[in-house]
Ligand binder design. Structure first.
Ligand SMILES: [Zn+2]
Length: 218
């Protein structure tokens, strides 16, 4: 009797295995890109509706800014996203940090990680890797550290926006560096700044009540 029950259980498990493919083989829902709005926003057609999608964790310069230099980079960032997405299809992954707002921001845009369907290119990350935007740490998201690393690499290689290394303010205010567990912020060149240090903007650091390092005096 015991073996019969075990056998039945085994059959049920095997049936379950063969009738439901493992998650990874289920193709994600794919959506058409209608148009690119700017360097970090585009419109996708989802269930016959045009939905404005804001890419999580990346920020690109705004073209509405009156500063000429900023405008120049805003156009480049927007052109770059067009190059990545025009005429393409994408699929989305969401971040649990945005579930309380049903994955919408305060402008009612959908917050998502976007992947280009034909080659699974991770669009949010690619923008930062190629230097067309920076890791946006104002709102929490799970891949912040990874995105900060991409930004650091792009800056070191002087890609895209970072070509003119001295002109950080074209994107936002300057970045400062900090170490987990400390409330001091540093310059990138400080001896306390290591490969494990994280960056944020100076305004965020001061807003958080962080203190400038006495060694590098940022
Ligand atoms: Zn320092």
């Amino acid at each position: 009797m015991k073996y019969l029950l075990l056998a039945i259980l085994l059959i049920i498990l095997l049936l379950g295995f063969f009738t439901c493919p493992p998650k990874s083989t289920i193709a994600p829902d794919v959506y058409e890109v209608v148009r690119v709005v700017d360097g970090d926003t585009f419109i996708a057609r989802i269930d016959a509706q045009d939905v404005r999608v804001r890419l999580i964790g990346v920020d690109t310069p705004e073209s509405v800014h009156p500063n000429k230099e900023v405008e120049h980079f805003a156009l480049e960032a927007s052109a770059y996203l067009k190059k990545l997405l025009e005429g393409e299809q994408v699929y989305f992954v969401y971040d649990q940090n945005n579930s309380p707002t049903n994955h919408k921001d305060r402008y009612d845009r959908m917050l998502a990680y976007a992947y280009r369907a034909r080659d699974s290119l991770f669009v949010n990350a690619e923008i930062i890797r190629q230097g067309y935007g920076h890791a946006y740490s104002k709102y929490p998201f799970t891949r912040l550290e990874e995105f900060l690393k991409y930004e650091r690499n792009a800056r070191h290689q002087k890609l895209g926006l970072w070509t003119e290394m001295d002109e950080y303010p074209v994107v936002s205010d300057s970045l400062v560096w900090f170490n987990a567990g400390s409330n001091k912020y540093h310059r990138e060149t400080c001896r306390y700044t290591t490969g494990k240090s994280l960056s944020m903007s100076l305004s965020e650091a001061t807003a958080k009540g962080f203190q400038p390092c006495k060694v590098c005096k940022p």
